[in-house]
Design a protein around this ligand. Structure first.
Ligand code: SAH
Length: 431
């Protein structure tokens, strides 16, 4: 579907078709390995817990998703109809285009700095970034004299290679594991539109001291959460233990009898819910982004499904577009939890940036002009099938019953951004 959409919008068809074909080949090659390895991940975790005792839900999630050899994200392309889930940038190019326009608007509002970094966390197949840089390119003169470098923060070398293939020029070099003073990256290349691109496995390795736009779509929901339950007025932590009744490696959730250190450090004294999830790793990354924005200028746009400090336990597994049990599908299913935007906002505000939102995806996309954009695309499309698909993906993105309300947009901007505009201009799309 994505390929047809792209074709209808007169993108570089050959590049795109070639990248899809190579993705399919990679997938086939890895399938057998993945199946064999996930069995060993399950066994490895089982043996570890049996030997050293239960582990936190956060530890379990971290290993299931990012174990260097066998984690879910490390060995496969899980996106699209044939995969486990479809994300907004994969549904329609309009999504990335409107994010590009948001960046350009904010860049103008910040006084058009001449050197800019664009950083994406968790880029998946690289589709969102491709739509962003293609849109930059189509703006011609506006960004002509600006030096833009692109930085992708990706933990999976498999997905980094896929992103490199999808985003870089065919003969672009692919240096690996280069460590230079102040610049540590795992891959490097030149984008199809000429920008320097760098891959990093941690945000801390992205060059600091530069004006930066950060984008993260469906990244924070993949970061580990601790789960807590209030039991007779005492907060206790949920852990993962082995099942002793079966011979095959199986797991179960248990409530530890005594409060853990995490109970004491991660739960606010005035917490009113009876069950909560906290993702301290998300907090650390938000703090890093916010500090960089406060010191060096820039903005962040974070989009994900989530809530504002209201939901209880949301952890779930996803496989073949269905919710599955996280404990039986270790390494074979995505493990995800709703993002607590209240938690992120409170951390960001302690770092001296201005925060906006969260607002719903429907509001963000409509404020960014998705209605006008779809009309243009429909006018330029000559096939009925294509028009039907465009309308279908538009509906999926904005309909409150689908992704329109569940997904939220949250932004952080440097406080000087308002001074630059005499305090008058609201942050793009968050007015
Ligand atoms: N943004 C993409 C993909 C979302 S899936 C989209 O919307 O289509 C989550 C992405 O985050 C994957 O690329 C995964 O490999 C990456 N990821 C997960 N945990 C990570 C971590 N701790 N550090 C860096 N990347 C991570």
């Amino acid at each position: 579907m994505l390929r047809l959409l792209k074709e209808s919008l007169l993108l570089k068809k050959k590049h795109f078709a070639a990248s899809i074909a190579s993705v399919a080949t990679c997938n086939q090659n890895f399938q057998k390995d993945v199946q064999a390895q996930t069995i060993s991940l399950k066994k490895h975790l089982h043996d570890k817990i049996k030997t050293t005792g239960p582990i936190s839900v956060a530890d379990f999630m971290l290993q299931a998703l990012t174990d260097p050899d066998e984690g879910y994200y490390m060995k496969r392309d899980m996106f699209g109809e044939d995969g486990d889930f479809v994300t907004s940038p994969e549904l329609s190019q309009m999504f990335g285009e409107l994010i590009a326009i948001w960046i350009v608007n904010e860049w103008l509002a910040c006084g058009s700095p001449t050197e800019v970094q664009v950083v994406e966390l968790g880029p998946g197949r690289g589709t969102l970034m491709e739509d962003v840089i293609r849109t930059f390119n189509s703006l011609g003169n506006t960004l002509k004299n600006i030096s833009i470098s692109i930085h992708l923060v990706e933990i999976s070398l498999y997905l980094s290679n896929l992103q490199h293939k999808n985003l870089c020029q065919v003969n672009s070099d692919k240096m690996t594991s280069k460590v230079e003073p102040r610049l540590h990256y795992t891959l490097h290349g030149k984008s199809k539109y000429g920008q320097d691109m760098f891959w990093h496995d941690r945000i801390q390795d992205v060059p600091a001291k530069k004006f930066t736009f950060f984008i993260a779509h469906e990244f924070f929901d993949a970061l580990p959460v601790h789960q807590f339950v209030k039991d007779n007025n005492i907060w206790k932590e949920v852990y993962v233990d082995v099942c002793t009744t079966s011979n095959f490696p199986n797991f179960r959730f248990v409530l530890l009898p005594h409060p853990t250190l995490a109970c004491r450090t991660l739960i606010k004294p005035n917490e009113h819910r009876q069950k909560i999830e906290v993702s301290p790793r998300s907090g650390i990354i938000i703090e890093e982004i916010a500090r960089r924005i406060a010191h060096n200028g820039g903005s962040a746009l974070i989009a994900d499904y989530g809530h504002f400090g209201s939901k209880e336990h949301t952890l779930r597994g996803f496989k073949s577009h269905k919710i599955v049990d996280v404990l039986t599908n270790v390494g074979e299913a995505d493990v995800t939890a709703d993002v607590d935007f209240k938690y992120l906002k409170e951390i960001a505000e302690r770092c001296d940036v201005m925060t906006c939102g969260p607002i719903t995806q429907q509001s963000f996309l409509k404020n960014m002009g998705i209605d006008t954009r779809i009309m243009m695309l429909l006018r330029n499309s000559d096939s009925e099938e294509m028009k039907r698909k465009l309308i279908g993906s538009y509906d999926m993105l904005v309909n409150p019953e689908k992704m329109g309300e569940k997904f939220k947009f949250f932004s952080m901007v440097n406080k000087d951004r308002l001074l630059n505009n005499e305090g008058k201009t609201a942050v793009t799309a968050f007015a």
